[in-house]
Design a protein around this ligand. Sequence first.
Ligand code: HEM
Length: 123
Amino acid sequence: MQVSEIAGDITKDIYTDYFARCSGSESLMLYIEDRERGRMMTEVFRLLLEEDLQTQFGYLCFETKTHVAYGVEPEMYDNLFAAVANTVKQALGPMWSAEIDKAWKNRISALGQAIRSASAVHA
Ligand code: HEM
């Protein structure tokens, strides 16, 4: 089931969770409007759903390079993905199962690894 069917658009909740857990991230995004924040989250969802992350290597090289220029620190990615997972978890309530938890952990870990590999290209 789609989380949006239960909780609507959770983008704002994700950013609230994210800023609370990741010091420095809120000030980086202070003047970034909702539309751009939404666009960024659309890309994050797309990556989380991507079956073969290797196909995204070029895109991740590009985005991690631009994001270094924005002042984004490496650990901010892990915090962002943890915020997405936790917000979905809160939205699903009792529907969040051990199986779903494991699938999210695997997914986040794979995406974090892909981002570290892409970042290493321009380190
Ligand atoms: C996989 C993770 C991420 C993806 C796919 C992503 C994607 C995007 C996209 C598509 C944009 C629109 C402009 C552009 O293409 O650069 C954007 C903007 C931005 N992102 Fe991310 N982002 C991610 C993680 C992060 C993290 C962890 C931060 C930390 C705070 C961050 C901070 C920003 C900022 C500050 C902007 C606005 C830059 C500006 O317009 O001045 N992003 N992001």
